[in-house]
Design a protein around this ligand. Structure first.
Ligand code: SF4
Length: 504
């Protein structure tokens, strides 16, 4: 197996940096149907540029490279233990090279292993088959969309949709609800893998397996094919739009399987994946480990560029924000304004926020811009470089954010997906704004970082540390202002009404 290590590294690198053609086509369609000049269209434009940048520079499409999940078929009698060891080594090597973010955290100690290896990470599903080749499929699905996975136990009552019974009409309500509840937090437009039936644990596994299907295939089961088509049509009428800004493109794929269930149980398990739908595969020579064939992509076909213009179309009406910021400046902003940040930003996500509840900040946050981001960083010599740096889901910080605003004087919070009522009230009180970045646009935002000034709290691991970044023209949209307005609350209400209209 002299070529195995190289083949595995190539599979991981390509998966992290190069979206497969079926996802590109689906995203191109999303761009086609979005209304020009809207915030959703702006978001899609950034996403398109980001997809191109990632492929050109072989950098991670999104900074959250997810839980590496492999689905492997080997010939009968093949040594799966050795293959598992080779996959683990390739994952560690890809992490060292900055193609994967160190994402494996000990659930008891909270320590990041630093190399993406640990208990049950990466996730390896082995199966045997009657072929001589080894087939390895890989999916990288990040935490933002993973957190929007959802499981329903029928019968149940759903917001805006009423009772979902134990039949296909009930299943359909669950899937529509799953798309709606994700809003922008899973980086819409997304795709759903669905399992009807099975038990709780296996239902989720089978739902995720559906994400290994191409977005443009047709379900061989005509009943499920019809349901998939109906969901695609109806979910895109709900109006969630890219990043939850409201718009025409909410769902780029729906893939459904059905498994037998216990008489007493009727689960519908939904695996929600974001637009950064990273999935590739290879068939390897069973003797040498060389790549015989790529799955989902043809390396001989030229890669179609996604961008149709500049990444974030500027109008000249953008507001320049140069931290430290004042309450007066933030109160002058309103929902819908576009800002360009110039100067220092601090990253901070789950661990930093929890830390700030009990400890003073390691840097002066008065007037600061706090970026919900877990970047991919590489150290060269004594200097750190940003390899990927898009926003993470802000709602996780909802329990802490209001206190952070009040105690430390943070004036701008940058993230994605919006925050809740508690934070909105604190923004009004303190004169602070919420600026929505484009989720997953990790290469696009990495290019706005001109220097890494330093880092605090490295004991939390690279994604959770507090990085001091010097940025130039970092674009974001005001989606929660200091007057109590929230685009997220408005879109949730409006999409809820549209969902209600779909009620059978
Ligand atoms: S695109 Fe969004 S949901 Fe997907 S991995 Fe990146 S941050 Fe997470």
């Amino acid at each position: 197996m002299q070529h195995l290590a190289q083949s595995l590294l190539e599979l991981i690198t390509q998966t992290s940096t190069n979206l497969p053609p079926d996802v590109r086509a689906a995203m191109a369609h999303a761009l086609d149907i979005e209304t020009p000049g809207t915030q959703s269209q702006q978001a899609l434009s950034v996403i398109a540029s980001n997809i191109d940048m990632a492929e050109e520079d072989a950098g991670p499409i999104c900074q959250d490279t997810g839980m590496p999940t492999f689905l492997i078929h080997t010939p009968v009698g093949f040594n799966q233990l050795k293959l598992a060891a080779a996959i683990r080594e390739a994952v560690a090597e890809a992490t060292r090279r900055g193609k994967l973010r160190p994402n494996s955290v000990d659930s008891i100690t909270g320590k990041n292993s630093g190399d993406n290896l640990g208990e049950e990470t990466p996730v390896l599903h082995f199966e045997q088959w009657e072929h001589d080749e080894v087939e390895i499929k890989l999916i990288l699905k990040g935490g933002g969309c993973e957190n929007k996975n959802i499981q329903y136990s029928l019968p149940c009552d759903l917001d805006h949709l009423g009772r979902a019974g134990r039949d296909l009409a009930g299943v359909k309500k669950c899937i529509l609800h799953a798309v709606w509840q994700a809003q922008g937090q899973g980086c819409a437009p997304g795709a759903v893998g669905v399992c009807i039936g099975s038990d709780r644990g296996h239902g989720y596994v089978l739902a995720k397996y559906q994400l290994f299907r191409t977005l443009d295939d047709v379900n061989p089961n005509p009943v499920l094919a019809k349901l998939e088509a109906e969901i695609m049509e109806e979910a895109n009428r709900i109006g969630v739009g890219a990043m939850g800004f409201g718009g025409n493109a909410s769902l780029i794929g729906c893939k459904i399987t059905a498994a037998n269930r216990l008489p007493a149980s009727f689960f519908v398990s939904v695996a929600y994946d974001c637009w950064a739908f990273r999935r590739l595969g290879v068939r390897l020579d069973g003797q040498t480990g060389a790549i015989n064939q790529w799955l989902y992509r043809d390396p001989q076909s030229p890669i179609k560029k996604m961008a149709r213009g500049e990444g974030f179309p500027l109008t000249g009406r953008e507001v320049i924000l140069t931290p430290p910021l004042t309450a007066e400046q933030m109160r002058s902003l309103k929902v819908g304004d576009v800002v360009l940040i110039r100067g220092t930003m601090f990253t901070g996500r789950d661990n930093v926020h929890a830390y700030l509840m009990k400890n003073p900040p390691p840097a002066d946050l008065n007037g600061a811009a706090l970026y919900h981001c877990g970047p991919v960083m590489l150290k060269q010599g004594e200097e750190w470089f940003v390899k990927a740096a898009g926003p993470t889901t802000s709602s996780r910080e909802e329990p802490y954010q209001a206190d952070v605003l009040r105690r430390y004087g943070v004036k701008a919070v940058i993230g994605k997906g919006g925050m809740g009522a508690k934070t909105l009230a604190a923004r009004k009180e303190c004169g602070a704004g919420y600026l929505n970045g484009i989720g997953g646009a990790a290469q696009f935002y990495a290019r706005t970082v001109k220097k890494v000034h330093g880092v605090h709290l490295m004991e939390f691991g690279i994604p959770e540390a507090m990085w001091h970044l010097e940025v130039h023209d970092f674009p974001a949209i005001v989606t929660m202002d200091a007057h109590g307005n929230s685009l997220h609350a408005d879109v949730e209400q409006k999409t809820g009404e549209l969902l209600e209209a779909l009620r059978a």
